[in-house]
Ligand binder design. Structure first.
Ligand SMILES: Nc1nc2c(ncn2[C@@H]2O[C@H](COP(=O)(O)OP(=O)(O)O)[C@@H](O)[C@H]2O)c(=O)[nH]1
Ligand SMILES: [Mg+2]
Ligand SMILES: [Zn+2]
Length: 362
């Protein structure tokens, strides 16, 4: 669909979703986008204001289809009755599930759907933590999403550029933006991410500076930004809802889609994508299935010995691999797999139609 005047286009509607409509039997007038997930229902928009709706009972029982912020949904009057297949989704295991041997680890939770970019926001105060950025990168890659890194509060650091260089060394091709919301430097670099129709999500720890960033980009106070709590040094949770903010630039920002703890889904190649230096070395290991633990002729271990690969870097790779192995054992479903399962039926149908055509044509 290339009808720029349609109100849904402003919300990010694209041919990807439009092409599904006919097969699913829905009309464009039934479509809305979820802008907020509330205790009492869902806020949705069709391009003119927002309305509160409830999910149908049938939808509530379909696993993996609980609507998230950014989802395109189908309305039947004021009832949300279906979720359109997602282009992508930011998802993790249920909060607090890491390391616990209960059913919670199996449940994956979609935090935000249909995103163009995920911005990792990290403050250059006590929040600065390269290992955490690595974890976020892996999560984003595993979800098939595109990351960018925002190092904010540059005004609080004596040598902010050094932090940029340090992150650059581990994040390779990921764009890095050094900004300060306080003195408004570097903000212009972020404008392309929120160009008309684009949707981004901001992730980062509480107190990192996400809401302040949204406010500066919006040019007014649209989010509640809070001080870092004095008592425990952790940020107080000033962001309780998962709201989508409509930016004057024409794009949409989902501020803080509820990550408190990154619990990993099974490895979709995300670790390798986040550690291309180690992957490159591993190509020269004597054994192709080398685990880089004790094997003779291991190129990765020799690089650690020679100082070519930093021991901390190697340690965080090992830690990540261990966590992913653990998560994989839990048989967690990822959103991509849920989508695949959903479409398997359709694909089988299409194949059988093609086959019949071929046979008929002979
Ligand atoms: N000095 C400085 N403080 C900032 C900056 N950005 C945010 N802050 C402060 O950091 C605290 C947490 O910010 P907030 O936006 O609420 O973080 P959030 O939890 O990630 O949304 C607030 O006290 C902000 O005023 C910045 O660029 N420089
Ligand atoms: Mg906030
Ligand atoms: Zn090896």
């Amino acid at each position: 669909m290339r009808d720029d005047s349609h109100p849904l286009t402003r919300l990010g509607w694209s041919s990807f979703f439009h092409n599904q409509l006919e097969a699913l039997g829905y009309g464009l007038e039934d479509i809305a986008r979820v802008t907020s997930v509330r205790r009492g229902g869902f806020l949705v928009s069709q391009g003119k204001g927002e309305t509160l709706v409830n999910a149908s009972g049938a939808l509530a029982h379909r696993q993996g289809l609980y609507p998230a912020a950014g989802d395109w949904v189908v309305l039947n009057g004021s009832v949300l009755c279906d979720v359109l297949p997602r282009r992508n989704a930011l998802a993790r295991g249920a909060a607090g599930a890491r390391g616990k041997n209960d059913g919670a680890a199996r449940r994956e939770q979609v935090m935000a759907a249909n995103l163009d970019t995920v911005l990792i926001v990290c403050g250059l105060d006590q929040d600065f933590n390269p290992a955490r950025i690595e974890r976020y990168l892996t999560l984003i890659y595993n979800c098939g999403l595109r990351p960018a890194i925002v190092l904010t509060k540059a005004d609080l650091h004596p040598a902010p550029a050094d932090c940029g260089v340090e992150i650059e060394a581990m994040a390779f091709d990921v764009p890095i933006h050094l900004i300060s919301a306080a003195d408004q430097t570097g903000l212009a670099e972020l404008e392309p991410y929120i160009a008309p129709g684009n949707t981004i999500a901001l992730i980062g720890s509480s107190g990192a500076g996400k809401s302040t960033l949204v406010n500066r980009l919006a040019g007014k106070e649209v989010r509640l930004a809070g001080a870092v709590s004095q008592s425990d040094g952790k940020g107080i949770h000033t962001t309780t809802s998962r709201d989508m903010v409509f930016m004057p630039q024409g794009g949409m920002i989902i501020d803080n889609p509820g990550i408190r703890e990154v619990a990993f889904l099974d490895d979709q190649g995300g670790v390798d994508a986040a550690f291309p230096d180690i992957e490159l070395l591993a190509k020269d290991c004597r054994f192709s299935d080398c685990s880089h633990a004790h094997e003779p002729g291991c190129r990765v271990l020799s690089a650690v010995d020679s100082g070519e690969l930093k021991p901390e870097r190697f340690a965080s790779w090992r830690k990540m691999k261990r966590e992913l192995e653990y998560a994989a054992q839990r048989q967690i479903k990822n959103p991509e797999r849920i989508e695949k399962e959903r479409w398997k039926g359709v694909a089988t149908l299409v194949r059988s139609i093609k086959k019949n055509r071929k046979l008929g044509g002979k």
